[in-house]
Design a binder for this molecule. Structure first.
Ligand SMILES: C[S@@+](CC[C@H](N)C(=O)[O-])C[C@H]1O[C@@H](n2cnc3c(N)ncnc32)[C@H](O)[C@@H]1O
Length: 239
């Protein structure tokens, strides 16, 4: 492994995202050539929302997925976005105000391993590109089960590494040689876009993460590859 620091203490992770918050959305759309919006819509579709649900978006960052879930037709009735990076939430809050969604989306500063909500209070949970940053993945999964109502669903997006040989080689080249320097220049942060590929490589494989979900108590946990397996959509249900 390279010398990239992969420690995931809340102070380090929150500090890193706070430092890139104002450029995060621009870089997200640039580096994924806009496909990230399609991945988020796909995650929301997987929840089969009816328009009445209270949805928790964990690791909400700048609230793109929270906004997409409120905007979907049918979408969530209410969304609570939780993240521990205050500057990311500030960018999200600005977008929520701009989109006239303040009555439907509430952002709360908090940790995914100590969700500031009561037991069985949400109908569904989403997470986009957050779970691999959480220091104790299993603790976050157990917290999700605690706040979900029985039968409630989760939809989690996380980066993967494509298995198809040609695609894999091209992707790894892009991910290790193109993305970090662009990220570094645009975000003006030295570590964040080196941490991204390193943390994806170090994260659980799709089978391993499905096993974590099952061992924590979720049922019907599956992983679906999106865009050649660049991203995986994990879905599961609270039994
Ligand atoms: C890559 S960003 C993803 C943001 C957003 N979900 C999106 O799709 O653009 C990861 C976010 O997870 C948050 N995060 C990581 N670990 C967390 C934890 N334990 N509790 C709360 N937020 C966390 C970070 O602060 C950051 O805003």
């Amino acid at each position: 492994m390279s010398r990239t620091d992969l420690s995931k203490s809340p102070a380090r992770i929150a500090g890193m995202f706070d430092a890139i918050a104002t450029r995060y959305d621009f870089l997200n759309h640039l580096l994924s050539v806009g496909v990230d919006r399609r991945w988020r819509r796909r995650a929301i579709r997987a929840l089969s929302l009816t328009g009445r649900e209270r949805v928790l978006d964990l690791c909400t960052g700048t609230a793109d997925l929270a906004i997409a879930s409120a905007d979907a037709r049918p979408g969530a009735a209410r969304v609570i976005g939780v993240d521990f990076a205050g500057a990311m939430l500030q960018v999200g809050q600005h977008k929520i105000r701009h989109g006239h969604l303040t009555d439907r989306i509430t952002l709360v500063r908090g940790d995914a391993t100590r969700i500031p909500l009561g037991d069985r209070t949400v109908d569904a949970i989403t997470i986009a590109f957050g779970i691999r940053n959480v220091e104790n993945t299993a603790a976050a999964c157990r917290e999700m089960l605690r706040v979900l109502k029985p039968g409630g669903r989760v939809a989690i997006l996380e980066f993967g590494i494509p298995a198809t040989p040609g695609v894999r080689a091209l992707y790894l080249w892009y991910f290790t040689h193109v993305l970090p320097p662009i990220g570094r220049i645009v975000s003006r942060h030295n570590a964040a876009y080196g941490y991204l590929p390193a943390s994806v490589s170090a994260f659980a494989s799709p089978d391993e993460f499905v096993t974590v979900l099952r061992e924590c108590g979720f049922v019907d946990a599956i992983a679906v590859p999106l865009t050649f397996g660049i991203v995986f959509l994990y879905t599961a249900r609270c039994g």
